[in-house]
Design a protein around this ligand. Structure first.
Ligand code: CO
Length: 134
């Protein structure tokens, strides 16, 4: 069921400063910043040969990553995203196994315009897991 690692998301207090290290020091391909008001974040994607890093900076009031950055002031790994072929089938299988899907359990459009779900970190050894339909 589980497919490729789509991205690792890192919450950062200063998006441009974080992106500059990847662009200038590590020589990575770095996207422009994109405001995602529906998700309460501004994102920059770092393209690596085998996956992506998603830098997240809070946007607006009540950003879902504001609390995380209060606890981790210099930033930190916020979630990892795995691809699945059929997100509804994956959700049903996880729920049947007793795992917790966050929110109302319905896939929402994620940062790439594809359906995503988030799974409870307590069911994944303290790691917030995003599933994205491939
Ligand atoms: Co993500």
């Amino acid at each position: 069921m589980i497919g490729r690692l789509n991205h690792v998301a890192i919450a950062v207090p200063d998006l441009e400063a974080a992106a500059a290290i990847y662009r200038n020091t590590l020589g990575a391909t770095v996207s422009d910043a994109v405001a995602q008001p529906n998700h309460g974040v501004t994102t920059i994607f770092i393209e690596l040969p085998n996956t992506k890093i998603e830098l997240l900076e809070p946007l607006g009031e009540g950003s879902p990553i504001a609390g995380f950055l209060e606890r981790n002031m210099s930033g930190g790994i916020h979630h990892i995203c795995y691809e699945v072929d059929d997100i509804s089938a994956a959700r049903d299988r996880l729920v049947k196994a007793g795992l917790r899907v966050l929110g109302d359990g319905k896939p929402k459009e994620g940062a790439h315009g594809k359906p995503v779900l988030f799974l409870h970190p307590k069911d994944f050894n303290g790691t917030l897991v995003e599933l994205e339909q491939a």
